[in-house]
Design a binder for this molecule. Structure first.
Ligand code: TEU
Length: 549
C-alpha cells in the first residue's frame, strides 16, 4: 500500500497495477480453477509486492470459449469464480488493503450464449440490429459479406440457418464464432454498456480495462480489406481504430466523471501508431492506454529508447501520461521472449510463439534480461501494469500437451499458432510440487499443468531472498514510490552504443544491452538487476538505479 499520499483523483497517473488472471491466480474451492476466494486469500501478496491496484480479467458468466472474453451476462459472476456477493466482498477487502480494483469490460462482442444473440439467432430483427448480420455474396448468398479474417484464424463470418432450415444471413466475429461482434452504431448497444459501467461503478469498482478498445467502430459498409493487407498492426484495418470509437469513449468518460472519486479507464488498443494511440488519451476520453510498443520491442537499448521517446512525446502532446507494460495474458512471457536471439525491431505477439521451434531458449539469459527490463520500465514516468507471475520471473510454458491447450487460437489456426496458454499457467505459491499450493490440499489438478521445476520460482521460495526476482520487484516498487512518483519527466543522458540512461529527480536509470560491461559514472547504487553488482560498472544485460545526489 502506498506510503506516499497521492491525490484521490489522479492516483492512476503513476500507479503500478497488477493484472490478475483469475483463472490462474489461486484456487480456494479446489476445482482446479482460480476463483474470488483464492484472490481474497492471497491479497497480501499484492500488498507485500507494493502495487496500487489490481485488474481482474473477465469473471462474468461465460461458456469459457475464450477464457471468459465471451461474456454471456455482464452483470453477474461466473459460478466458476464465485458469486456477486463474493465480488462485492473482494472489492471491500481490496479497498481495506489500500488497493484499487479495475475490472475488464468486453464491449466489442458478446458470447453467442448472450440473451441478445440468442434472440438474434431466433430471428428477432431488433436483436439482429445489435450485431453485424449481413446477407452473403454470391448467387445464393453462399459467400461471406467481405474478406475479413478472424484474429484467431479462419473467416470472420459465420452463416446462420433460418427457422425454415434454409441458409440465412452471416454474422461478423473478429474473434471466435462464439464471440459475435456488436454493432456500436446501434444506440441500444451504447445505452446497455453505459448501464453496465454504472452497475459496477455503483458497487465500488474503480475502473475498467477496455478489451479491444480499438475495435468497436467499423468502417461504414464493412468494405473488403483487400489482398495486400499483411495483418501487421502498422496498417489500419476497416474493423479497427476507426475514428468513430472516440465518441463512445467521450460518453464513457462522462459516466466515469460523474462518480466521486471519478472512475478510470485503460484501453487495450492496437492502433497503427503511437500517435493514433494518443487520440484515445485526450482529456475528454480515456485516462490510460497500454503502450504496447515497449512490450513489442526487442531487448535492445536503441529500439527501447526510440519507443520510450516517441511514446512520451505523443502522450505529452495530448496532456496525458504513458502506461507501460511488458507482459499480459496474450503474449509470450518476457523471460522467454528475451531468451532467444533478439529481432531487429518491434514484433507482434504471435511472432514469438512461432520461434520456439527455431532455437532453444536460454532462460537464464532471458530472466537476466527481464529483470533489467523491469527496472527500466519501473523507472519511467507514467503508470505500469505488471502481469501476474512476472514478479516471480516465470517463463512461458512451451511444452504443454496439445490436448491441454484451451486457447481457441490453437485450434482455429490449425495448431500453426500454439496459442496463449503458455503464459496462463497457474501460479506457484509454495514449493510443494506438483501444484505448488495453487489450490487446497487434495483439490483437483490445476486447469493447466505446472512444470515440475517451478518450486524455485514459487512465492515461498523467493520471498525474503534478496537475490530473487520477487524481492527485486518489491525493492523497485518501494524505491519508485519513495523517489519517482513525483520526480517529473525524464532527461536522457548521452551513453555508449547499446546502452541508455536517463535521470529522474535524484535517480538515474541505466540499461546495458551491449555485449560488454560499461563504466557507471559516479553515484551510489540503489538497485541493480544482477545480484551482487557494484556501482562502478554495469554488466551486460543489466540495469541499475543510481543515486546521483
Ligand atoms: O485481445 C485483443 C487482441 O488484439 C488480441 O487477440 C491480440 O491480437 C492477440 O492476442 C495477439 O496474440 C483481447 C484480449 O486481451 C484477448 O485475451 C481476447 O482473446 C480478445 O481480446 C477477444 O476478446
Amino acid at each position: 500500500m502506498s506510503s506516499t499520499p497521492r491525490s484521490v483523483t489522479d492516483w492512476w497517473r503513476d500507479a503500478v497495477v497488477y493484472q490478475l488472471y483469475i483463472r490462474s491466480f489461486a484456487d480456494a474451492d479446489g476445482d482446479g480453477t482460480g476463483d474470488i476466494g483464492g484472490v481474497r486469500a492471497r491479497l497480501d501478496h499484492l500488498v507485500e509486492l507494493g502495487v496500487d491496484a489490481l485488474w481482474v480479467n473477465p469473471w462474468y458468466p461465460s461458456p469459457q470459449v475464450d477464457s471468459g472474453y465471451d461474456v454471456a451476462d455482464f452483470r453477474d459472476i461466473d459460478p466458476l469464480y464465485g458469486t456477486l456477493d463474493d465480488a462485492d466482498t473482494l472489492v471491500r477487502d481490496a479497498h481495506a488493503a489500500g488497493l484499487k480494483v479495475l475490472l475488464d469490460i468486453v464491449p466489442n462482442h458478446t458470447s453467442s450464449e448472450h440473451v441478445w444473440f440468442r434472440a438474434a439467432l431466433a430471428g428477432d430483427a431488433g436483436a439482429r440490429g445489435r450485431y453485424h448480420f449481413r446477407a452473403g455474396r454470391g448467387e445464393d448468398g453462399e459467400l461471406p459479406p467481405n474478406d475479413w479474417t478472424s484474429n484467431f484464424g479462419g473467416p470472420a463470418w459465420t452463416r446462420t440457418t433460418d427457422a425454415d432450415g434454409t441458409p440465412g444471413d452471416w454474422y461478423l466475429h473478429l474473434f471466435a464464432p462464439e464471440q459475435p461482434d456488436l454493432d456500436w452504431d446501434n444506440p441500444e448497444v451504447r445505452g446497455e454498456f453505459e448501464d453496465i459501467l454504472r452497475f459496477w461503478f455503483d458497487r465500488g469498482v474503480d475502473g475498467f480495462r477496455i478489451d479491444v478498445a480499438h475495435g468497436l467502430a467499423k468502417e461504414p459498409g464493412l468494405p473488403d480489406v483487400g489482398p495486400d493487407w499483411t495483418g501487421s498492426t502498422e496498417e489500419l484495418h476497416p474493423a479497427f481504430d476507426q475514428d468513430g470509437v472516440h465518441d463512445i469513449y467521450r460518453a464513457w468518460r462522462k459516466v466515469a466523471d460523474s462518480y466521486d472519486p471519478p472512475r478510470i479507464f485503460v484501453a487495450e488498443s492496437w492502433p497503427p501508431s503511437s500517435e493514433r494511440l494518443s487520440l484515445y488519451l485526450r482529456p475528454d476520453e480515456l485516462h490510460q492506454a497500454f503502450q504496447f510498443d515497449l512490450l513489442r520491442a526487442p531487448f535492445d537499448a536503441r529500439v527501447m529508447k526510440a519507443v520510450i521517446a516517441t511514446s512520451l512525446h505523443d502522450t505529452e502532446g495530448v496532456g496525458a501520461s504513458c502506461t507501460w507494460t511488458l507482459s499480459n495474458h496474450d503474449v509470450v512471457r518476457q523471460v522467454t521472449r528475451y531468451a532467444r536471439s533478439q529481432p531487429p525491431a518491434l514484433v507482434d505477439g504471435p511472432w514469438d510463439r512461432r520461434r520456439w521451434h527455431e532455437e532453444p531458449a536460454d532462460l537464464e539469459l532471458g530472466l537476466r534480461r527481464a529483470r533489467a527490463a523491469a527496472l527500466l520500465m519501473l523507472a519511467l514516468p507514467g503508470s505500469v501494469y505488471l502481469y501476474q507471475g512476472e514478479e516471480l520471473g516465470l517463463p512461458e510454458v512451451e511444452d504443454l500437451d496439445a490436448d491441454r491447450r484451451e486457447d481457441p487460437i490453437f485450434a482455429r489456426s490449425g495448431s500453426l499458432d500454439v496459442g496463449r496458454d503458455g503464459c496462463r499457467v497457474p501460479l506457484p505459491w509454495d514449493t510443494s510440487a506438483p501444484t505448488y499450493a495453487f489450490g487446497p490440499e487434495g483439490g483437483a489438478a490445476p486447469w493447466l499443468p505446472q512444470p515440475a521445476d517451478w518450486a524455485g520460482l514459487s512465492v515461498a521460495a523467493q520471498a525474503g531472498d534478496p537475490a530473487s526476482t520477487f524481492e527485486l520487484y518489491r525493492s523497485a516498487l518501494r524505491l519508485r514510490r519513495e523517489r519517482l512518483v513525483d520526480a517529473g519527466p525524464l532527461a536522457w543522458l548521452d551513453t555508449p552504443p547499446g546502452t541508455l540512461a536517463f535521470g529522474r529527480g535524484s535517480l538515474t536509470c541505466w540499461l546495458n544491452t551491449s555485449d560488454h560491461s560499461v563504466a557507471l559514472p559516479g553515484g551510489r547504487l540503489l538497485l541493480g538487476s544482477v545480484p551482487g553488482m557494484d556501482d562502478r560498472s554495469l554488466p551486460v544485460d543489466a540495469a541499475a538505479w543510481v543515486d546521483t545526489t
